[in-house]
Design a protein around this ligand. Sequence first.
Ligand code: NAD
Length: 473
Amino acid sequence: MVDTVPAVDTKKIHRLFEAQRANQYKVAESSAGDRIRKLQKLGDAVMKYRPEIREALWQDYRRPAAEADLGEIYPVTSKIKHAKSHLRRWMAPQRVATPLAFVGSSSWVQYEPKGVCLVISPWNYPIQLALGPLISAVAAGNTVIIKPSESTPHSAAVLRKIVEEVFDENEVAVVEGAVDTATALLELPFNHIFFTGAPEVGKIVMAAAAKNLASVTLELGGKSPTIVDETADLGIASSRIAWAKFSNNGQICIAPDYVLVHESKMEAFIDAVKSRIREFYGEKAAESASYMRIINARHFQRVKSYLEDSINAGATVVYGGRSDPGDNFMEPTVVTGMPMDSPLMQQEIFGPVLPVVPYRDLQEAIDLIRSKEKPLGLYIYSKSTRNIERILRSTRAGGTCINHNAVHFFNPNLPFGGSNNSGIGKSHGKFGFVAFSNARAVYKQILPTALDKLTPPYNNLKMKLIDLTIKWF
Ligand code: NAD
């Protein structure tokens, strides 16, 4: 199996980039039917390699088969299905209205591919966060180089196998490697860069893109809050929050990072979450085949230090807390009483620790959320329309689920992405197609136009016509 990360191979990177640059117009000229066939082939390959994908994810960090299927296979196959049934419409020229002053013309928007694109993907969903952007890029008629994360080498190897089976390398290629490989790729004048990862790295990617004026889509992260108000159904809230927090061991960009609970429900909510964790993973999560591990020792130490530093600052562990560094294992952990300046309330946790914070007045919860960077997700458990509308109106976030966590990701009709620190640009469905396209404006003159009458030399009659145009059209 795969144990080492390939060293940067600058020659190969340049060769692939030039090959794709030379081939880009041929790919761009493909019809909707051609692109649909490519997507179908990709979907078939993903299904063929489903057992290998599951095995690779188990090798990388003990991902259970059910979570491999739900978290990697389904998002890819459903995105392909959606793109296949909508692509003809997305590609068709879209007529727009013409102002009266330009009567005798017609105008439309025609989406054209950006050209040669780079996709840099993370380790937490190593298959679907590489193939999801690829589906949009292929639908839009681009060529693509994918740089998967070095932290999930087994998954990256299967990804490469799938891509090599479906595409020629002058159309789509996977380049495995670590930061030095990403850095070498970022020096090239790609037309679009689609990056998924941490906000700090997003800034590096955007700075590199600026050198070539490449457009970017940045899918980043941050602390996504969940509010449980005094009207919420605690059975539902505890179950869905525990599922979204502890699946994938909390390593989900849209996981509920921390929960704000109305003080009258605090005790009952914590009891309910504890019961859900026991139901999901038993008394000993270490022995549960449904419970994953933290990706590697570096991230294990990171999460552990957030927990320990927060405990030293006054936090109390109310469930779990034990860990095994040899296995990158940490129990599903619930914590209360964290000072607001402790790491658990300052850093994106990205691990199996759930801080729960009581609030007295909804404004307190809103103020806390507003004091932080705009989150990627913000979740509300409530039966009060008034509270839901107030939270939606007075906070900002990439996306929101009401009475659920994270599942907005799965609706391809919704845009997915953050805002500022949690991301720039949107993906999924038509939004992903648009991200990888240039919306080309096309204006066609059909009949004679009044503009022809307004050419120099200017005289009083022409000035009057201009006045009339400004006044009436
Ligand atoms: P990361 O930013 O460390 O790595 C992501 C990719 O960037 C990897 O391929 C890595 O090799 C590359 N990279 C890392 N440092 C780089 C550098 N200095 N220059 C160029 N490339 C570099 O992120 P990660 O640890 O793989 O994933 C965790 C982060 O990703 C979290 O912040 C999470 O919230 C975020 N995330 C966001 C989404 C989303 O859709 N918005 C999805 C998953 C993860």
